[in-house]
Design a protein around this ligand. Structure first.
Ligand code: 3PG
Ligand code: MN
Ligand code: MN
Length: 555
């Protein structure tokens, strides 16, 4: 890989003379829409009615697929599925960037994590205060990884931490539902080893990742409050003495890891074992940014109005990464985040080109924050219009159309306004509904997104514009867990096991529109294309040569 963030410097763009400038360019991301080689009754993209998409895939020389997982998006191995953060970072930057998962792996391998500034900052709490570690308990590799969490727990104990408290979010979204029991059992095993070695290490609080703590883009601050109450205050509706017992019992109330209710672990006298106090160290161990920003603000900001914290302990607070480069949040971190510079958003702003970006809350930051290299601000507010359509806070299998109609209407209006050089939208449905594991609802989601796509493409047609349609990773394209050998669905007691996670499938890239000269086709010579090859393609569609610091364009 080797390529980090590009050298900052000259942002000059030159016109290519092949595709005209100054015409509307639509960039549409179908979130979680993979091109899966398995096209059976569990592929919701395949089962949906998608006449618009189908027609695009048949246009000679203007349909291709690119890799959206593993090293193609800066992740450690080809077994790592892609995700929205790394996918949109790649789409927005055109570069192969070693991502959080990889950077933490490196810092653990050479042990530099235990000698750098962030670790030294929390170390004073080790001897006589408590070290609190908050993490998604998962090996999904999207937000966190169990082996990294374990490495940091062991590193703290080795460095003299007397008391460690784990505050864990149960997954069932990036890993199979029901796996929370095994993860908690595995965690308990490590903790009991640490206890045997003299460190008072215990689970203190927990609950489902979609129930508490891990909200994103301010969709539902009440989620973060539930996390705060359990992790920081030691207050939760459920109290247990044993964490494995906690997960088992809570699954009886709601058999869905993602939505398990909040619990705290209490001692024999009924007091929580891990409320957070002044002088304690607190480290967030999720490397991915979007779902860590809000809880970071709750710990870090003295002036905080989103909910009543009741008590704000003065802690030594760090993230495993810095999550927001504009806000510099958190101020202290264990591993330096990837440096993502020279994004297409910055190029456009420096050249006076105007952007309209829109999605609903759940994906709003994907086409802004992630797209711009994990920056919550603007490059030039006068040139960038960002529109967020509020998402409903409902289980998306019950409302699979989500806000796709509203996003479409906003996209159509932006295109027709003739104010923008690029109109960028993200449809959340295939991904968000795909994560529920509900095949029927996900199929409906894909069918509806196809209808929305048609409206956008009709507008591009009417205006003589150009379009590029792609996706950030797979999800809806496989809704069932499969046996490795024969790829048949996994069944337990005769019940087919749903797949709630992303897939390893490549994603489509489709270009067209009346503004695109007939000669423009995909260049089949580009080797092993991935999502970062799409950025230069977009720049070409806008009429400019692609900057040399980006991966080659696909055309
Ligand atoms: O955070 C989530 O919802 C999932 O872990 C990953 O989904 P996303 O990468 O599509 O947001
Ligand atoms: Mn996504
Ligand atoms: Mn997803």
């Amino acid at each position: 890989m080797g390529k980090g963030g590009a050298e900052p410097g000259d942002f000059a763009l030159t016109e290519s003379g092949v595709v005209p400038t100054k015409k509307p360019v639509l960039v549409c991301v179908l979130d979680g829409w993979g091109v899966n080689p398995i096209t059976d009754e569990w592929n919701a993209v395949h089962c949906a009615e998608t006449p618009t998409y189908d027609a695009l895939t048949k246009v000679e020389g203007r349909f291709t697929t690119v890799a959206a997982h593993g090293p193609a998006v800066g992740l450690p191995t080809w077994d790592d599925m892609g995700n929205s953060e790394v996918g949109h970072n790649a789409l927005g930057s055109g570069q192969l960037i070693a991502q959080g998962a990889r950077l933490v792996d490196g810092a653990l391998a050479d042990k530099s994590i235990f000698t750098e500034e962030g670790w030294n900052y929390i170390k004073p709490a080790f001897a006589s205060n408590t070290v609190h570690l908050i993490a998604l308990l998962s090996s999904g590799g999207v937000h966190s990884r169990f082996d990294q969490i374990e490495g940091i727990m062991r590193g703290a104990a080795k460095d003299g931490a007397k008391k460690i408290r784990m505050h864990v979010l149960l997954d069932g979204r990036d890993v199979p539902d029901g796996s929370s029991i095994q993860y908690m059992t595995d965690l308990e095993k490590v903790l009991s080893e640490l206890r045997a070695a003299g460190c008072d290490a215990q689970v203190a609080s927990g609950g489902g990742r979609m129930h508490m703590t891990m909200d994103r883009y301010e969709a539902d601050w009440a989620m973060v409050k539930r996390g705060w109450d359990a992790h920081a205050l030691g207050e939760a509706p459920h109290k247990f003495k044993d964490p494995v017992e906690a997960v088992k019992s809570l699954r009886e109330i709601k058999p869905n890891d993602q939505y398990l209710e909040a619990f705290v672990i209490v001692d024999d006298s009924g007091s929580p074992v891990g409320a957070i106090n002044d002088g304690d160290a607190v480290a967030l161990l999720n490397f991915r940014a979007d779902r860590m920003v809000e809880i970071s603000k709750a710990f870090e900001y003295e002036d905080f109005k989103e909910f009543d914290r009741k008590r704000w302990p003065k802690t030594l607070f760090v993230g495993i990464m810095q999550y927001d480069g504009d806000l510099k949040l958190p101020a202290k971190y264990l591993v330096p985040p990837p440096s993502i510079v020279k994004t297409i958003g910055e190029y456009m702003a420096k050249n006076g080109l105007k952007t309209f970006a829109c999605s609903e809350t759940q994906k709003f930051g994907h086409v802004t924050f992630f797209w711009n290299g994990n920056r919550s601000g603007y490059f030039d507010e006068a040139l960038e219009t960002y529109l967020e359509i509020p998402s409903d806070n409902v289980p998306f299998n019950e409302a699979p159309l989500m806000k796709a109609a509203e996003i479409t209407a906003a996209g159509v209006e932006a295109l027709k306004s003739a104010k923008y050089d690029q109109v960028r939208v993200n449809f959340a449905n295939p991904d968000m509904v795909g994560h529920t594991g509900n095949m029927e609802a996900t199929t409906e989601a894909c069918t509806f997104v196809d209808q929305c796509l048609k409206k956008l493409l009709d507008t591009v047609e009417e205006l003589g514009g150009v379009f590029l349609v792609t996706a950030d990773h797979g999800n809806a394209d496989d809704m069932v867990q499969r046996n490795k050998k024969d790829k048949k669905p996994v069944t337990i007691d005769g019940v087919i096991q749903a797949l709630t996670s992303h897939t390893l499938a490549p994603v489509p890239v489709m270009i067209g529109g009346p503004g695109l000269p007939a000669s423009v086709k995909f260049n089949t010579a580009v080797e092993k294309p991935g999502l970062s090859n799409v950025t230069g393609t977009i720049m070409n569609l806008m009429g400019y040569n692609s900057p040399s610091c980006w991966e080659p364009s696909l055309i």
